[in-house]
Design a protein around this ligand. Structure first.
Ligand SMILES: [Zn+2]
Length: 227
């Protein structure tokens, strides 16, 4: 990935992106479990306290495995697409059993009753990380909305809204990565940042609200808004 230095206010650099506590430790955003090896260089990194760093890993593994199981149509480790997910399913049998139990065949179609709070928890974490990294705007408050839906299930109008990025009347903080990117694109329209093709992309911008959108495995569309 292209590396852009943050020239913005560095006051937040020592505070956890997720809870605001002072911390010397760091966390990758997106989490590496959502990416395949070899990892892209210069992955975004934000400060994160040890509790947050460790506290999200179960949800991260759950979501990574859930998405790949849904895409692959199976919870069998030997049949899923991603090597990393295969390893997790083989090593964490409780998780594999939980995923298998939520998978149901219904009139010829496969359905998963997903653990909503775990997905939401991760989407919010990713949103907070990207907001800090890109916009230099830590978001410790409760967001006004956290949403996720498979891209395929978006209506045409919802898909158009999700994909649409427009020049904003409000600019990100001077020196932030988003502002530096914006200064290069014309006419100042924010653009998707592809962390790993077909695996993870995101965009963060400030409008009337702080908005972060992510697409995981070109399957799950996610959005977090702080207005
Ligand atoms: Zn924390």
């Amino acid at each position: 990935m292209e590396q852009i230095r943050n020239f913005g206010d560095e006051r937040q650099v020592a505070q956890c992106a997720y809870c605001g506590r002072d911390t010397p430790t760091r966390d990758h955003v997106p989490s590496r479990v959502l990416l395949d090896e070899p990892y892209p260089e210069n992955l975004p990194v934000v400060p994160a306290c040890r509790e947050c760093n460790e506290g999200f890993s179960a949800d991260e593994e759950y979501v990574a495995c859930l998405i790949d199981c849904v895409i692959s149509g199976t919870t069998s480790p030997e049949k899923v697409q991603r090597e990393k997910v295969r390893r997790i399913l083989l090593n964490k049998q409780a998780l594999t059993a939980r995923l298998a139990a939520t998978r149901k065949e219904k009139r010829g179609a496969t359905e998963y009753s997903i653990e909503d709070s775990r997905v939401r928890n991760l989407v919010l974490k990713l949103g907070r990380g990207h907001a800090l990294f890109e916009l230099n705007e830590p978001q410790y408050e409760k967001p006004s909305s956290v949403g996720y839906i498979p891209l395929l299930l978006l209506s045409d109008s919802a898909r158009a809204r999700f994909d649409h990025l427009q020049a904003s009347a409000v600019w990100p903080e001077v020196g932030s990565r988003a502002m530096q990117r914006l200064a290069r694109t014309s006419p100042g329209i924010p653009e998707w940042i592809v962390v790993q093709p077909s695996r993870y992309r995101y965009v963060a911008f400030v409008d009337d609200a702080v908005v972060v959108r992510m697409v995981l495995s070109e399957y799950l569309a996610c959005e977090v808004i702080w207005s």
